[in-house]
Design a protein around this ligand. Structure first.
Ligand code: XUL
Length: 569
């Protein structure tokens, strides 16, 4: 076997996954716990969560996560994984979710007994038995307070990388203090899902990670410290020292070791006592670590929701998107767009088309996507079609559920007007285009002319597709048409495991880097075998198509603004 092994976890909404890699990045073993399959009866969850619709609360039972850690490791053991060879652990957690520990937590974590189950020893260490999930939308009042507190949404975005969002942890903590003061008062420490998981392995409360902390609306990105004014808003002026204690200090380095693994795991599962715990990060930051992502490369994750991720040295915050600290590279940022409407919205259009004769449910949809020219402009003078398809209320832009169809002049986007239903056939291409156009609109200031092909317009260098939608060639083609991709559109071939894999790579980098200057991309880039990890699915940039979309980008933005105006008046 090639050198020591590294273990990456991903604690997502629906699963806890573990993946073990060797130093040469080869995957050695994997296991997972599926919350619904393993625990639905016990915890009454559905798709990993409980919902309280009256208040917009979406929560996960923390005890279920604790139990899953024992289970995922016993499954890894059953598969014969050489756990004693693992030298480092890291991983990821769903972003924004918070865990409220009480004063028993520290000593319980430090004195874990390998003769007992983890949960038996940790059942009385939580001030709140649930963790608010990223889908929670109970915090509109708190969001309004956060957006107003520094003067405007834009100011909040400048300070913390994002304007307020229901799921961001600062608003969640503020609501906890107001709505459940007894929980807030009994809370000794607050973790994010990522640092919670790291804490179990460390046998101590792990600090919050330098990238994941930027999903809280509480971290001053430029000042590299907690934002005093936003702490005051969350805790009141007198409460700030107490809140600082609950949150703890945040190490600025995403690498290195937090300490050795707790003896509980050594005795119970055969880990080496030398095995180190590196900082765990959020699932989106971990996704950008699942390959050596260079500036100008973009990852488009096409799952239930959609995300667009870039690694960039520029910091240009705006209320409609997120900048987060890069998990490994100081001075770099992760640019993120997070859409609620992705795969489900496309499926809705698919299901309104005639059923395909073959076994592929996407056959008719794909044929329509590929047979329809960009913007459905078939001949000179045809109007361009633009639409928005949101079965769920959307985050980007922040509008209620609905479907809107508009047309405009294809040459310059003039004459934009709302129009009636044009039939599901045209919808197939328009929905895919609209998802990609929204990403192009919001990332246009971050891209530049490709250095190896300076004759081309500014665009991403490579587009990497991940998630379920990445398997669909028609969707890949349409995303390439809209977004470009001078070096092509690629599918990242790691199944649903990008975050866990990113966690394992992070552990490797954190522990094998020669010094704190050896960058993640350099270290992983040298070992990454492109041919094992990615597949080119299409050329990306196509002359003509790219410009056609550029001509209507302004009209697309105008359409969104009109819909927003109506929604907010
Ligand atoms: C990002 C977000 C989601 C979760 C999914 O802001 O809320 O992508 O991280 O686990």
């Amino acid at each position: 076997m090639a050198g020591p092994l590294y273990l990456g976890f991903d604690l997502s909404t629906q699963q806890l996954k573990a993946i073990v890699i060797a130093s040469d990045l080869k995957v050695i073993s994997e296991s997972k716990v599926d919350f619904d399959a393993d625990f639905a009866a016990k915890y009454k969850i559905k798709k990993g969560v409980l919902t309280n619709e009256d208040e917009g609360e979406v929560i996960s039972p923390v005890a279920m996560w604790v139990e899953s850690v024992d289970l995922v490791l016993s499954r890894l053991n059953e598969k014969g994984c050489p756990i004693n060879e693992i030298r480092g652990i890291s991983g990821s957690g769903q972003q924004h979710s918070s865990v409220y520990w009480n004063e028993n937590a520290e000593s319980a974590l430090r004195n874990l007994d390998s003769g007992k189950a983890l949960l038996d020893q940790l059942s009385n260490v939580f001030a709140y038995e649930f963790s608010p999930n990223w889908q929670d939308h109970s915090t509109q009042t708190e969001c309004d307070h956060f957006d107003a507190h520094l003067g405007s949404k834009q100011k909040l975005a400048e300070a913390t990388g994002s304007s307020s969002h229901h799921r961001f942890t600062g608003t969640q903590i503020l609501r906890m203090r107001r709505r459940r003061p007894e929980v807030y008062n009994n809370t000794a420490r607050i973790s994010l899902a990522s640092s919670f998981l790291a804490s179990l392995f460390l046998g101590d409360i792990a600090p919050i990670d330098i990238s994941d902390v930027t999903g809280m609306n509480l971290w001053d990105i430029a000042g590299e410290k907690w934002n005093e004014s936003l702490l005051e808003l969350t805790a009141t002026k007198e409460g700030v020292p107490e809140l600082r204690k609950k949150l703890g200090d945040v190490p600025l380095d995403g690498g290195g070791s937090l300490g050795s693994i707790s003896s509980y795991f050594v005795e119970k599962f055969g880990f080496s006592p030398e095995c180190q715990v590196a900082p765990f990060t959020g699932d989106n930051p971990a996704t950008i670590l699942s390959l050596p992502l260079r500036p100008l490369d973009a990852i488009v994750s096409l799952g239930t929701s959609s995300t667009f991720l870039m690694n960039t040295p520029s910091y240009k915050p705006d209320p409609s998107y997120h900048f987060m600290n890069h998990p490994t590279t100081k001075g770099h940022y992760m640019f993120m767009l997070c859409y609620k409407n992705g795969g489900l919205a496309r499926e809705k259009v698919r299901d309104s088309l005639p059923k395909p004769s073959g076994s592929d449910p996407w056959e008719t949809f794909n044929k329509n996507v590929l047979d329809t020219p960009p913007l459905d402009v078939k001949k000179e003078g045809d109007k361009a079609k633009l639409g928005l398809y949101f079965p769920l209320p959307e985050i980007v832009p922040n509008v209620k559920a609905g479907t809107w169809r508009y047309t405009c002049d294809s040459k310059d986007g003039s004459g934009l007007e709302e129009t009636g239903d044009w039939g599901a056939q045209a919808d197939a291409r328009t929905i895919v285009e609209s998802q990609a156009l929204s990403m192009r609109l919001r990332s246009q200031n971050l891209v530049s002319k490709p250095p190896n092909r300076p004759e081309l317009p500014a665009q991403p260098r490579r587009i990497y597709l991940v998630g379920g939608g990445s398997l669909n060639p028609a969707i890949a083609r349409a995303f390439g048409d809209v977004l470009g991709g001078a070096d092509g559109v690629y599918r990242l071939d790691v199944g649903g495991n990008a975050c866990a894999l990113g966690g394992a790579y992070k552990a490797l980098w954190a522990l094998e880097r020669k010094n704190s200057d050896e960058s993640f991309d350099d270290l992983i880039g040298k070992r990454w075998r492109e041919e094992d990890a990615i597949q080119k699915v299409c050329d990306g940039y196509r002359d003509g198509a790219f410009q056609a979309y550029g001509n209507v980008l302004g009209a697309f933005e105008e359409m969104e603004n009109r819909i927003l105006d109506v929604a907010h008046n």
